[in-house]
Design a protein around this ligand. Structure first.
Ligand code: 5GP
Ligand code: MG
Ligand code: MG
Length: 202
């Protein structure tokens, strides 16, 4: 969508090419995902594992929607929320070594039903690494919710259990997704412009 159809912070004027998922559409889709999660996991006790930093907005909104649905239903999900921080990107390129920042002991996940909430999946490498790490603590069940999945040419693409949107293989920002820590303060998911990349390059 053309940017002039939307409102966005004026400090990002010129830094974006277009909107690919407007905020309102994200919210509607997130509610649908919350319903699907309720249908599958209703009455199970779950631990939401939010993948920081990019996943903070999506997990907050997803938990919010599940919370609201739980108020009007006999199928509810008691949720605990935890955070894990992964870092792999510099500018718009993945660095070889993904690492878990301030890795803590996840042994409280043993025997629990875990819902990993991630904003975006590209090659799936990050999620596969995280899954291996979480599996080592022997949870009862692991499901993954990914708001965005890039259409990457791959023989056997890895997909989350719950997918919000499939998007083109372009670098996107907004809705907590960053480019060198900028653009998290943007509601819509947008494609960054070449001049935006230059402006915030490190
Ligand atoms: P993957 O390992 O699946 O290729 O990459 C996943 C990770 O890379 C995500 O956790 C996210 O941090 C980052 N990432 C991949 N694509 C994008 C993108 O278009 N925008 C932003 N901001 N981060 C991305
Ligand atoms: Mg991330
Ligand atoms: Mg990032």
């Amino acid at each position: 969508y053309s940017l002039d159809l939307f409102s966005y912070p004026s400090h990002y004027a010129g830094d974006l090419d277009c909107v690919i998922v407007p905020h309102g559409v994200i919210m509607d889709r997130t509610e649908r995902l919350a319903r699907d999660i309720m249908d599958d996991l209703g009455n199970k006790d779950i631990v939401v594992l939010c993948v920081l930093k990019g996943g903070y907005q999506f997990s907050a909104d997803l938990v919010d929607k599940i919370k609201v649905l739980s108020c009007n239903s006999n199928r509810t999900i008691p949720m605990r929320v935890h955070f894990i921080r992964l870092k792999s990107y510099m500018n718009d390129k993945a660095t070889e070594d993904l690492h878990i920042v301030g890795a803590e002991d996840l042994s409280f996940l043993t025997g629990k039903n875990v819902l990993i909430v991630e904003a975006i999946v590209g090659t799936g490498k990050t999620m596969k690494t995280l899954l291996k790490h979480v599996e080592a603590f022997k949870p009862n069940m692991i499901k993954v919710a990914g708001l965005l999945v890039k259409r990457v040419a791959q023989n056997s693409p890895w997909l989350p259990d719950y997918v919000g949107f499939q998007i083109p293989n372009r670098f996107v920002v907004g809705y907590a997704l960053d480019y060198n820590e900028y653009f998290r303060d943007l509601n819509h998911i947008c494609i960054i412009s070449e001049s935006g990349k230059l402006k915030y390059k490190v």
